[in-house]
Ligand binder design. Sequence first.
Ligand SMILES: [Zn+2]
Length: 91
Amino acid sequence: MRIIERTETTQIREVCTAVICDVCKKKYPPGWVKLPEVCHTDVRVETGTAYPSGGSMVVYSIDICPQCFESVLMPMLEKMGAEFTKCEVDY
Ligand SMILES: [Zn+2]
């Protein structure tokens, strides 16, 4: 038999409440936009080793707002010869 009692606990967790673009330094809500709009930007590289028992990795990343992604990062990389892939997703 189990005896169940209710106890009150305090849980501390970290929640992202805002994000600052590393390029323009403007402050945005998490995810850059307010719901129901959706926006994800991701500029990162992850390198390291992975074994079944564990691994290690170095991650370089920046938080870049969608405006800076399109007006700063894309033109800069396109000027260097990069070609972006565009796809549209409906769900
Ligand atoms: Zn920005």
